[in-house]
Each structure stands twice: as C-alpha cells, then as structure tokens.
Design a protein around this ligand. Structure first.
Ligand SMILES: Nc1ncnc2c1ncn2[C@@H]1O[C@H](COP(=O)(O)OP(=O)(O)OP(=O)(O)O)[C@@H](O)[C@H]1O
Length: 284
C-alpha cells in the first residue's frame, strides 16, 4: 500500500488530510493512531475509493484503487455504529455478500461461494452462529462476522476500523491471532485503534496521524513517547507514577493505558502490574 502526498478536502471546504504519505509492504499489520478527528476514517474512505483525493495518489498492491476494488482485493471491517443492526439478515448471508463480486450477474452462489463462506466462518470460530440474525450477536461476534466477510472475499488488503472497541480480552486475543495468520499469508492490514497498549503487541508498523501523517515506520522506531506526544498532545492523560527507581510514564488514550518505563514501552502484562502499583500515587 502506497499513499503519496494525499490531500482530501470535504465539500464544505474542510481539509481533513493534507499531504499524507506512507507505504506498507505486504505481510504487514499497521496501526493507524491519532486523536478523534485526526483523519483516520477519511484516510480509510480514500483507500476504499469513497473519497477522491484532491491531490496525491494511492496505490494498492501496485495498482490504482479503482483496479484493486474491481478485483475485490480490498475489504473494510466497519465500526459497530456504522451498521444498521436491525436489518434482518443471517450471519451466513452477511458473509456471502462478500462473494457477490465473484458471482455472475444473476448473483447465484455456487459451490465455491458456499465453500468460501464455510471456511471463513470456521476461521473466525462462528459456524455455530451461521443461522443467527446478525443483530442478535454480541459486539465481538459481529466483528468476527465482518472479518469472515473479508476472508470469504479473499481480499489482500483489509482495513479495520476500531476492531477492539466493545470487545472482551479473549475475543481481542482471538482477533489478534487471526490478524497475525493473515499477515503471514502476505495480506496487508491497516488497523485504526485507540487501544495504544496493544499496538506494540501485534502491529509491525505504526502510522501516527493528525491532519497529516506525522510519523510512520516500524512500530519499534515510530511508536515512541515523542511521537505519541506529537500525535496526542494534551489529549492524553499523561501522568507519572512514583513506584520504582525510574519514573514511569503512563499514556492513556482509552481504558487500556500504555506504560513507558525508562523510555521503553512495556507489554500489557507489565502494564497490569504498573496499574496496580500506581493506583494510589498517581498525580495528573
Ligand atoms: N463528511 C464530512 N464533511 C466535512 N468534514 C468532515 C466530514 N467527515 C469528517 N469531517 C471532518 O474531517 C476531520 C477528520 O475526520 P475523520 O472522521 O477522518 O476523523 P477520525 O480520525 O476518523 O476520528 P475518530 O477517531 O473520531 O473516528 C474532522 O475534523 C471531521 O470533523
């Protein structure tokens, strides 16, 4: 995925993205992080071809967006709020919709389509729910159905909008494991997330965004305190804990804080420990 000098201005004249550039090789999970309104959804919409950039260009797997879309190579896993869950549709039908591009003009599913849906549901562990109405599922189950839809489509580029919102830790871990498998198959995933604590855990690359791309590269190089402060500034609750010899910075964009100890980003396990230790003596 190559985004080069992309500027997107909405019809009301608001420029939500200006001169945004980054590139991702295949076989990557990249985090897209930034405050509310920083342009994450705008970038997704441009990559999905819903919005036409006013400047710059986007190439997916070496081809223009329109060609990648025509070949069914791009899938979008939406935020829960974007979907009308009252629409009466079965889980297996939601997944089958992704096969329309593979069907003839009569859109009658064939054996290959049924097989693709079956395999996708197995992969996300949702076969038992195939005859359930999508609206009756929990948040995490719905996310898994949308992931199954991306899989049945056999797309190579997957955009995931906040995949962990309203998802319990078990489901989050299942989704992460699946994304890692997909990465190993050579797919590219761009994941917008406010769960900063889990970014170093599963994202090879990070893109920091705030009206433009502030920084991008491997998570190791990019996901550091200086860039996080640049991207989040005063929005983050940023406080110091006094446990231990070195000061510990806690940066939290949501309920799952990220711990930076001695300039190094800590894993979730150590963050749980830090949280417990820090409860009494945190100061804003
Ligand atoms: N249809 C639109 N018309 C005009 N401005 C818009 C439109 N959609 C979004 N914007 C503006 O563009 C900017 C970027 O919005 P965008 O939805 O891309 O942010 P985001 O990073 O996805 O935010 P969030 O984390 O809240 O989902 C915001 O200032 C927003 O108000």
């Amino acid at each position: 995925m190559a985004v080069a000098g992309v500027t997107v201005t909405y019809r009301n004249g608001h420029t939500a993205l200006r001169d945004a550039s980054f590139h991702l090789p295949v076989g990557t999970i990249a985090a897209l992080v930034g405050v509310n309104g920083s342009g994450k959804s705008t970038l997704f919409k441009a990559i999905m071809g819903f919005l036409q950039p006013d400047a710059g260009n986007i190439r997916l797997l070496g081809m223009p967006v329109s060609r990648a879309l025509k070949q069914n190579l791009v899938a979008y896993v939406p935020q829960a709020e974007e979907v009308d869950w009252n629409f009466p549709v079965l889980v297996e039908d939601v997944v089958m919709m992704s096969r329309y591009g593979h069907m003839g003009w009569l859109r009658r599913p064939g054996a290959a389509d049924h097989e693709a849906v079956e395999q996708a549901l197995v992969r996300v562990n949702m076969t038992d729910f195939r005859r359930r109405q999508i609206g009756e599922l929990s948040g995490g189950q719905k996310k898994r159905v949308f992931l199954a839809r991306a899989l049945a489509q056999n797309c190579r580029v997957i955009l995931l909008d906040e995949p962990f919102t309203g998802v319990d830790v078990n489901t989050e871990e299942q989704i992460i494991a699946l994304l890692q498998e997909l990465r190993n198959e050579g797919r590219v995933m761009l994941v917008s997330t406010h769960n900063l604590g889990s970014v170093p855990e599963f994202c090879d690359r990070t893109i920091m965004i705030k009206g433009t791309v502030l920084a991008h590269g491997t998570t190791e190089e990019t996901f550091n305190q200086a860039n996080l402060e640049l991207a989040f500034g005063g929005v983050l609750r940023h406080f110091m804990l006094n446990g231990g010899v070195l000061p510990i910075g806690v940066i939290s964009d949501d309920e799952r804080p990220l711990i930076i100890e001695g300039g190094r980003i800590q894993s979730r396990d150590s963050h749980a420990r830090g949280k417990d230790e820090g409860n009494d003596d945190t100061s804003p």
